[in-house]
Design a protein around this ligand. Structure first.
Ligand code: ZN
Length: 143
């Protein structure tokens, strides 16, 4: 009888240990989750600080940041180029004032009012006139 009591008590102690360990792990998991939340807040704020500093980079000239300023400016220029390309692919015009898309039929930008000239059509092959006395060289052809 004493033996069974000991075994029973040992099992109950083991399950208490397991329960304690599980509670401990749940507590750590909750604390880690709270740390992650605070880290996300820091990252968001630092991103906003970085954007503000970038926008005021002329006032915050810093040799340590110069390379990053240039990289960010290049990325902005590339975005502008890609947006122009999208407008071109869609067959629309781009406002020279604000860069927004303007339909081919509009003479003025609906957003900023800048006059948007209609681009000259690309010259067609038929439009190119070769004078009759021209000498035409064909590269890579044997003489
Ligand atoms: Zn505009």
């Amino acid at each position: 009888m004493d033996f069974f009591n000991k075994v029973g008590s040992s099992i109950s102690n083991k399950s208490k240990d397991v329960a304690k360990k599980a509670k401990e792990l749940a507590g750590i998991s909750s604390l880690n989750s709270q740390i992650n939340t605070q880290e996300e807040i820091i990252n968001k704020i630092c991103l906003e600080i970085g954007k503000t500093v970038y926008e005021k980079r002329d006032a915050f000239s810093d040799p340590e940041l110069e390379e990053k300023y240039t990289a960010a400016s290049n990325a902005h220029a590339e975005i502008a180029r890609l947006k122009s390309k999208i407008i071109f692919v869609k067959g629309a015009k781009q406002c020279p004032g604000c860069g927004n898309e303007v339909s081919l039929t509009s003479a003025f930008c609906p957003d900023c009012g800048t006059a948007v000239p209609t681009p000259e059509p690309e010259p067609q092959i038929e439009d190119i006139v070769i004078p009759p006395d021209s000498i035409i060289y064909y590269p890579n052809e044997p003489n």
